[in-house]
Write a protein that binds this ligand. Sequence first.
Ligand SMILES: C[S@@+](CC[C@H](N)C(=O)[O-])C[C@H]1O[C@@H](n2cnc3c(N)ncnc32)[C@H](O)[C@@H]1O
Length: 162
Amino acid sequence: MEQTKSVSANDFEYLRQLVRDHSAVVLSANKSYLAELHLQPIAESAGFTLISELVAYLKTQPFNNLHVQTIEALVTNETSFFRDYHPFEALRQYILPELIKKRAVERSLNIWCAACSNGQEPYSIAMLIREHFPLLTNWSIRLIASDFSTKVLTRAEKTYYQ
Ligand SMILES: C[S@@+](CC[C@H](N)C(=O)[O-])C[C@H]1O[C@@H](n2cnc3c(N)ncnc32)[C@H](O)[C@@H]1O
């Protein structure tokens, strides 16, 4: 059973490169446990017994859905409301006040959360605006949320729009 879970240094190096090339996320070299934790179900659902068989397949095939699933499984989706203190403080104290000055004539703002995971980040921004910038009530605010993982976007839609 241990054998099915272990990931060789070579295979993990390939996986790190795959993730970096397609997401710009850099996994630390000592995080092979991530592959051991997350890739077994993907290997099995694709008909392999060992993670090493999955990696051998990925190495030899053109980029396809299995590469996508593998990358998504290795990139963390951790999120929470107001997850990091400093970016939200920077938004509140500096970025939004500056943008409000610059857009005073148009009275419109476009805000893009480019890696929104399950959606807590865009909702945190919406809450921050509502709480601290009442003058924006009459502005046109467009909050766009995207992520390269369809899994998290589906979860975000289910949680917030049903
Ligand atoms: C750690 S979560 C952070 C979510 C949110 N920004 C927050 O701070 O709460 C990282 C998210 O970035 C997404 N991601 C990573 N690389 C990406 C890329 N190149 N393009 C779009 N989304 C990406 C992942 O799918 C994941 O949902």
